[in-house]
Design a protein around this ligand. Structure first.
Ligand SMILES: *[C@@H]1O[C@H](CO)[C@@H](O)[C@H](O)[C@H]1NC(C)=O
Ligand SMILES: *[C@@H]1O[C@H](CO)[C@@H](O)[C@H](O)[C@H]1NC(C)=O
Ligand SMILES: *[C@@H]1O[C@H](CO)[C@@H](O)[C@H](O)[C@H]1NC(C)=O
Length: 261
């Protein structure tokens, strides 16, 4: 804990040096991309799964492919009960409080970046049918769900989004969804109540194998080079928030169902 301010200072310095050498597209933080195996805990499931959830949210667990089967009831209760909504609302409230301290210039370059899945939209109806993250990701199943365009808004995110719009932030939606899902994604966002964004940025064909951290950092760099000041970035994955061209403030929404490196 005591070393955290130092760590952040270090990362800030690294960010500054990366920004200076703008030709460099190396991320300043490397996310773990392989699973970390730990011995099975002998504490009871509820206590273990609460600690596991904290390890996941803080990124101590690193990359993982599926939630532990013993934690399915825990994650189900968390996601479908009041706690998930409340946790998201607290994040939105901190985000709005920060946003209201930003002085908006008249040049229209004050920006906020949002991720889509589990940030603006919740895919809980999909994950309810797929073991709350205990099943290995099935892309064709997922694509069918995306094409339905019926993921609901996370209510507190919609409130935040509209609040930022009112404050005259320029909103960029930056998602790991593919370019071929643009129409479905636009339709879903609009049905859920999101309108008036400045840009909707998806993964193009050439971004195929690029890790999310790098893909998103590259796209934020483009915005910065266009003169945008990225004040805030909201995402449920660390890969939405870390890397380079990071926002002045990043806001991490909870997601105990899946991990994207
Ligand atoms: C978030 O802020 C609203 C006021 O805008 C307040 O009514 C609500 O209780 C807050 N939520 C939480 C979880 O703190
Ligand atoms: C993925 O889901 C599709 C149905 O959407 C199914 O046909 C296929 O067998 C699944 N693949 C795996 C590896 O489970
Ligand atoms: C998206 O919709 C536009 C019309 O609004 C159409 O021209 C385009 O082909 C569609 N793209 C895809 C990938 O379906």
């Amino acid at each position: 804990m005591a070393s955290q301010p130092l760590t952040f200072l270090f990362l800030l310095l690294l960010t500054a040096s990366v920004l200076e050498s703008s030709t460099s597209f190396e991320p300043n933080i490397r996310l773990p991309t392989t699973a970390t195996i730990v011995p099975r805990s002998d504490i009871d499931d509820d206590l273990y799964c609460a600690s596991w959830q904290l390890a996941v949210e803080t990124n101590n667990a690193g990359s993982w492919a599926a939630i532990p089967s013993r934690c399915v009831p825990f994650v189900r209760d968390y996601m479908t009960g009041q706690r998930y909504a409340s946790d998201c609302e607290v994040v939105a409230n901190y985000s709005l409080a920060y946003a209201s301290t930003v002085k908006i210039a008249s040049d229209g370059k004050d920006a906020w970046v949002f991720d889509v899945d589990e940030t603006l939209l919740t895919n809980l109806p999909y994950y309810r049918d797929h073991g709350f993250g205990s099943e290995i990701f099935n892309e064709s199943c997922w694509d069918e769900w995306v094409a339905e365009a019926k993921a609901p808004a996370i209510p507190s995110s919609l409130k935040l989004y509209n609040g930022l719009k009112q404050m005259r932030f320029k909103i960029f939606v930056l998602t790991g969804r593919s370019e071929h899902q643009r129409n479905d994604t636009r339709k879903n966002l609009e049905l859920a109540g999101y309108t008036g964004w400045e840009g909707l940025i998806l993964r193009g064909a050439s971004d195929g194998g690029t890790p999310a951290t790098i893909f998103k950092s590259e796209r934020r760099s483009v915005l910065v080079n266009e003169g945008y000041r990225i004040h805030g970035n909201s995402g449920d994955q660390w890969s939405d928030l870390l890397g380079f061209a990071v926002a002045k403030r990043s806001f991490k929404l909870p997601n105990p169902m899946y991990y994207i490196a």
